[in-house]
Structure formats: structure tokens, C-alpha cells
Design a protein. Structure first.
Lengths: 242, 477
């Protein structure tokens, strides 16, 4: 192999002419995101195996876990734990099981301070017993150098780590290899995201991803009917009371 | 039965564990009530005898090292010696303050015969600083007498029962009365009658013996020869581990206190190893001179018995506890232990012991040690329709397999709000529903109609209406 070829095979290098879409020859390494348009824009052809990823969103329940679903459920080896550090809500075990995550391998860490959160984040990454770590850190205490450490550790130990941050963090510099912003979730189960930062490419705005599944909508007609009936009964009862 | 009597003539001295006495051969004695109770070789060579007064001894040898006998130290030491003896046989009894009894018949094959065992016992006790005289006989009393006499009979490696008795009785005949557990007065009476060896007494008809010396002596002789059974209760290995270490000089700071802690961890590790156990939960205590101090616990996901593992987790845990600035006493208690089954220990090709501790167990230990007990949460699914009861936190790593029915993807939210948050109905736009969940009349009865709704932020939520009103119970993340 010539020097050039070996250099080109090094994923640390990317060619300027591969900007916007076309992937380098050796890049088909990442775990597919489940969204073909997104895969195409990522240099690894999917979620990077060893990197820190930032997801920016102000609310929970906007499809942030469904966006990452393929990374959460990827086939596991010995490193089997899926770790959530300081999540905003309780992960509802039956739903996670339905998603394809073995709940016995799901672990939630509740640190009592930002320092403890960072410490456990690094511990988990370095333990060799996990491939995926999701963390919700305190934005006011978070410093760029801390993210840099986590990015370096994720790379070293080949862990896919995700930090959730508010939309306001978009303007702040970050060492994360990939930064995604969730703009909105439409009623027809489409997620609009922006790629703020990616390896081997520029920013991409307004990317529409079709979420593979969403809340099961059975019979909206009937629900509205029922609610209307309730409302009427309630008014009726009030009227009687008056 | 094949009894090994172990006599430790220098236990009183050895219990003090003064390296300079042993190494440099300095003369030393242990005194009790100002009289010499135990003498080491150099002191004996200088002419100091048992029972001499301390003043006499010091006049013979002004540089004599002397300590007052400590029964506490001796009995503490004895406990450790019993543990050591357990390595050879499960039947260990403490016969006297300085003597042990081991029943070895069942363990002979394992250790390669009588002579091998004798050598091994000697070197094993020698390694921990004790000189031991061993007597072997068919009865416990005779083995103790032989140990005190210091005469070794020649033994075949695997003697038959009849052979054991034969050799034992023959040696007994030639044993001096000085080695028996007789009152000095009784012994003198025997000697005055011209009886100097046990053989002389054994020949006397028992009823004669009883008439002249009484019941006690007659029974003792019968127990020596084996005519009368002589049951000894075997010591049980301590169920719990509880050790304390008093320091001579106080230690300051966390780094210094690690040293005595490691010493205790080593003692613990040996105790665990003997019982084939591993520690699951330990309690450390560090106390200042006045007695106030701090205790903290460390837990292990897997039974652990290796000093390095135990200390690594302990070290982490220590970062979050406040210890007294000066420590005089360090304690260690094993609160919970688990069997080191084959699951945890394997031997590699070279016979080295491998501990199978997976990285995930190590991770769990480290996180728990640093963040505290409640900081980790793991889950288990239960078969219940009520969302609050369909899962439970668990702390077992390999808990039950999922047998519960798993809901259809999209029917249940990934994020659950605990407890549900009350909302105004006007804030929700109902998209789908209702799904009635009515269940649990036996404990927490619920009548709820669940809906999928979007709230004002366009977030998809899972909400319900019950008698109290509207609640958001989760988010479809």
C-alpha cells in the first residue's frame, strides 16, 4: 500500500472534495443511524463507534431517544451495559425492552454533583463494559475542557457517548465530534434536525428524518368524541349544582 | 482416630512478637506474679529457671528483657493458631492455653502420611513464628503427653487402626510422669511409690488406683490408654470476621491510614481464603485516641477475597468520607460474605488462581463505592398493567429473566414521570385514546384512562385522567 493510500484509509483524514455527502472509501464503519439521509452525511456512514456526540434539545420527549435508537440497540459484545447518567426522567423499563434493550443491561447513575457526574462518565467509558453512554450534564457547570476529556476518552476506549445539552449551547464551542440539534417534531412523525458540526463536512440545516415509529395513534376520532362527551357531562353536572 | 497434640512451650513469649528477641537471640523471660513463667533459650543458658523470682533472674542477667504475661494476647494468638490448624483438619480443639489437639486420620491421604504432616505442621507454625512440639497417639491425652515429652516415635506413613493403638501404648509405657497432667502432689506420691513411667501406673489394677488416688486420676489414666472415651469438642471457625488493630503511634491523614488498613485486608483475605469465601460487604472503622471516629461500608458486586481488589474499592470509598485527623485504632468487620464458587475462581493451566471478575462488576463496585448506595439504579420488568408496577429497581446483576409481556413499540413512552405530574386539561391536545388501565384492587387500585397527547410545546406525552383530574405520566422521547 502506498503512503497516500494508507493515509486516505486513515479515518482521521478526510478529503475536501468529499464534502457534503460522498463518503471516503474506508468510512463505512459506523453503526447505521437508521436514517439513510443522515448516514450519508456522516463520514463514518453512521454513528461513530468511538466519539462524543452532542444532541441539543430544550425539551424531552421530542424524539431524542428515537433518533439514537439504533445506537442504543446495536448488537452487543461483552461490553453490554447501556448507561444513562443523570437522565431527566425514569426510563420506563417495559418500553426500553420493547425497543430491544435488555433492561437487565440498562443502568442509571444518579450522581449528586456535576463533579460526580463527570467522574462516573469517565469511569463508565474507561470500564470496558459499555458501548453506549448517555449523559445529561449540568449546563451551567459544564466547561469545554471537560467535554474535550470525554471526547478523548470515548475515542481511546471506543465508546459512543452522548451528551444532551440545551439549544442555547449551539453558540458555544465544543469538542464533540458530532453535534446535532433537534429543531422540531412534526405531527406526522418527522424529526427536523440540524447538523451543527460533523467530521468531514459543513453544517447542514433543516434535515428531515422520518422516525420509524412513534406513539401509537389508534382512534383519534373516538378520543375527541369521548372528551367532548365528558365535557358535556361535566357542564351538565355544574348546571345541576347551580 | 489419630490424634496430633501440639504443644507450644514458648507461646507466652511468642505472643509478644518481639522480633529483636528472636532474631538477635537476646535473653528474655515472661513473668507472672513476679515469677519467671516462660524462658527463652539464651536466658535458660544463662541459668534462669522457671519459677525463679524476677529479682533473682535480673541479678543473674542484668540486661534481661522481661514482660508481664498477657493472657489476652495469648488467647488472641491461640485463635489465629486454630485458624492455621484448620488448614490441616476440620477437627481442631484447644486443649490448654498452650496446646492444641488435631484429629488427623481423615486428612492423612491428602497430606501424604503421618511423617509428611508432622513436618508440614512444624514448618507452617514456624513460618508464623511459633515453635511447636508434636505428639502423635491414639488418644488425645496421650498425644498431649508425648508433645510435652518431646520424644518422637517412628510412625509408618499410613498406620492401621490397631497399629496406631499399638505404637501409642508402647510409647506411653516409656513416657515420664512429668509430662502428664497431674497435680504435683499426686505425681510426688507416684514417684515415692517408685513409679516414674506411665507404664508403671497402667499396670496397677484400676480399682487399686481408684482406692489410692481417687476417681479423677483413674479416669485420666483410662483416657490416656484409651479404655475410656475422651470426647473433645471441635472449635468452629468464626462465622464472622471482626478484627481491630491498635496502633502504637497515631497515623495522620488518609494515605497513612491505608497502611494499617491494608494489613487488616490481608488478615481478612486469609480468613476468607480458608473458608473459601469472598467479601460482599465490609465495614471499616477508623478511630481516634479518644474513641470517636468514623465508620464506612464498602460493597462488592461479586464476592472478593483479594487484597488488591478490596483495597482499590476501599480507597475510592474513602474519598467521600471524613476520617478523624488522627487514627489510633482501625477496625474491619465482614458484614456479608459469599461463597467463592467455581463461578468466581478458576485455575489456569499453570495452576494459578484466576479470579473471574468482569469489568462490569468492577465498574459497579467503583461507582457504588464513590457515589453511594442509592446512586445506581437497575431495572427489572414485572407483569403488571399498572405503569408504576410494571418495573422495579433491582440491585441484582443477573436477576430474573424477562418473563413479563413486553408492550408493543409505541404503546408506552420511554420516559416515565415519577410521580405523574398534574396538568390542566386545556394544555393538552388529545391525539389518541383512551386505553383503560383498571387494576390492582389488591394493593394500589387504579382506574385510569390513558391518552396520547401533545402538550403546548408540541411534545408527545402519555397522560391519563382519573378521579383527581389530568396527569402527564410520560414522554415519547
Amino acid at each position: 500500500m502506498t503512503l497516500t493510500a494508507s493515509l486516505l484509509n486513515d479515518t482521521g483524514l478526510w478529503r475536501a472534495r468529499d464534502l457534503n455527502g460522498r463518503q471516503t472509501a474506508s468510512s463505512d464503519r459506523g453503526q447505521s443511524t437508521g436514517f439513510p439521509q443522515l448516514n450519508e452525511l456522516l463520514i463514518d456512514g453512521g454513528w461513530p463507534h468511538a466519539a462524543l456526540v452532542e444532541v441539543l434539545c430544550d425539551r424531552y420527549g421530542v424524539g431524542e431517544l428515537r433518533l439514537l435508537a439504533s445506537a442504543l440497540t446495536r448488537p452487543v459484545s461483552d461490553a453490554h451495559w447501556t448507561v444513562l447518567i443523570n437522565p431527566p426522567c425514569v426510563p420506563y423499563a417495559p418500553a426500553f425492552q420493547a425497543l430491544g434493550i435488555n433492561v437487565h443491561e440498562l443502568m442509571v447513575v444518579h450522581p449528586s454533583s456535576h463533579q460526580e457526574a463527570l467522574w462516573s462518565f469517565e469511569e463508565v467509558i474507561a470500564s470496558g463494559s459499555t458501548q453506549t453512554v448517555l449523559a445529561w450534564l449540568s449546563e451551567s457547570d459544564l466547561q469545554d475542557k471537560q467535554l474535550r476529556r470525554i471526547q478523548a476518552k470515548s475515542k481511546e476506549h471506543r465508546v459512543f457517548s452522548v451528551v444532551f445539552r440545551p439549544l442555547a449551547a449551539e453558540q458555544l464551542p465544543s469538542a464533540a465530534e458530532l453535534r446535532l440539534k433537534i429543531e422540531q417534531q412534526t405531527i406526522d412523525r418527522r424529526l427536523v434536525i440540524s447538523i451543527i458540526k460533523r467530521r468531514g463536512g459543513w453544517r447542514v440545516d433543516g434535515l428531515e428524518l422520518a422516525l420509524p415509529w412513534g406513539p401509537t395513534v389508534t382512534d383519534s376520532q373516538r378520543a375527541r368524541q369521548l372528551l367532548a362527551d365528558w365535557e358535556r357531562t361535566r357542564r351538565g353536572m355544574k348546571a345541576v349544582a347551580v | 482416630m489419630l490424634w496430633f497434640g501440639l504443644h507450644l512451650p514458648f507461646l507466652a513469649l511468642e505472643a509478644f512478637e518481639q522480633p529483636e528477641i528472636k532474631d538477635q537471640g537476646l535473653p528474655a523471660v515472661i513473668t507472672e506474679a513476679q515469677q519467671v513463667f516462660c524462658v527463652n533459650e539464651p536466658a535458660r543458658a544463662a541459668g534462669i529457671r522457671l519459677g525463679a523470682s524476677l529479682a533473682t533472674a535480673r541479678s543473674l542477667l542484668p540486661e534481661l528483657i522481661h514482660r508481664t504475661r498477657s493472657r489476652e494476647a495469648e488467647s488472641h494468638r491461640m485463635e489465629r493458631l486454630v485458624m492455621t490448624a484448620y488448614e490441616f483438619t476440620p477437627y481442631v480443639s484447644v486443649a490448654d492455653f498452650d496446646a492444641l489437639l488435631l484429629e488427623m486420620e481423615g486428612s492423612l491421604k491428602l497430606f501424604g502420611g503421618v511423617n509428611q504432616v508432622r513436618g508440614r505442621l512444624r514448618s507452617r507454625f514456624g513460618r508464623i513464628g511459633h515453635r511447636v512440639a508434636i505428639g502423635i497417639a491414639h488418644t488425645p491425652r496421650a498425644s498431649l503427653a508425648f508433645a510435652k515429652s518431646g520424644d518422637d516415635a517412628t510412625w509408618p506413613d499410613f498406620p492401621e487402626r490397631s497399629e496406631i493403638e499399638h505404637i501409642g501404648l508402647r510409647q506411653l509405657d516409656a513416657t515420664s510422669l512429668d509430662c502428664l497432667e497431674l497435680e504435683p502432689k499426686t505425681r510426688e506420691r507416684f514417684v515415692n511409690m517408685g513409679m516414674r513411667k506411665v507404664g508403671d501406673i497402667v499396670q496397677v489394677p484400676r480399682h487399686e488406683l481408684r482406692k489410692r488416688f481417687g476417681e479423677k486420676v483413674t479416669d485420666y489414666v483410662a483416657q490416656l490408654t484409651g479404655e475410656r472415651v475422651d470426647p473433645w469438642e471441635a472449635e468452629q471457625p468464626p462465622e464472622a470476621f471482626s478484627e481491630r488493630l491498635h496502633l502504637i503511634d497515631p497515623v495522620r491523614g488518609k494515605d497513612e491510614v491505608l497502611e494499617p488498613m491494608e494489613h487488616l485486608a490481608k488478615v481478612l483475605s486469609k480468613w476468607l481464603g480458608r473458608l473459601n469465601l469472598g467479601a460482599r460487604r465490609l465495614r471499616w472503622g477508623v478511630y481516634a485516641f479518644e474513641g470517636d471516629g468514623a465508620t464506612f461500608e464498602v460493597g462488592f458486586e461479586q464476592p472478593r477475597h483479594e487484597v488488591a481488589d478490596i483495597m482499590a474499592i476501599t480507597h475510592l470509598r474513602m474519598e467521600t468520607v471524613d476520617l478523624p485527623s488522627e487514627a489510633m485504632t482501625v477496625t474491619l468487620d465482614a458484614l456479608r460474605t459469599g461463597h467463592l464458587g467455581l463461578k468466581w475462581i478458576e485455575r489456569d493451566v499453570l495452576g494459578q488462581r484466576l479470579t473471574q471478575s468482569t469489568p462490569s462488576h468492577k465498574l459497579l463496585d467503583r461507582l457504588t463505592a464513590r457515589l453511594g448506595e442509592g446512586a445506581l439504579q437497575r431495572f427489572c420488568i414485572l407483569d403488571d398493567h399498572r405503569p408504576e408496577f410494571a418495573w422495579t429497581p433491582t440491585d441484582e446483576s443477573d436477576g430474573n429473566k424477562v418473563t413479563a409481556t413486553v408492550p408493543e413499540l409505541g404503546r408506552r413512552p420511554l420516559w416515565l414521570l415519577e410521580p405523574p405530574v398534574r396538568v390542566r386539561a386545556g394544555h393538552l391536545r388529545i391525539v389518541s385514546g383512551p386505553e383503560r388501565i383498571q387494576c390492582g384492587w389488591w394493593d394500589h387500585e387504579q382506574h385510569r384512562d390513558y391518552f396520547v397527547a401533545r402538550d403546548r410545546d408540541e411534545t408527545w406525552c402519555w397522560c391519563f385522567r382519573d378521579a383527581q383530574g389530568w396527569f402527564v405520566h410520560g414522554y415519547f422521547a
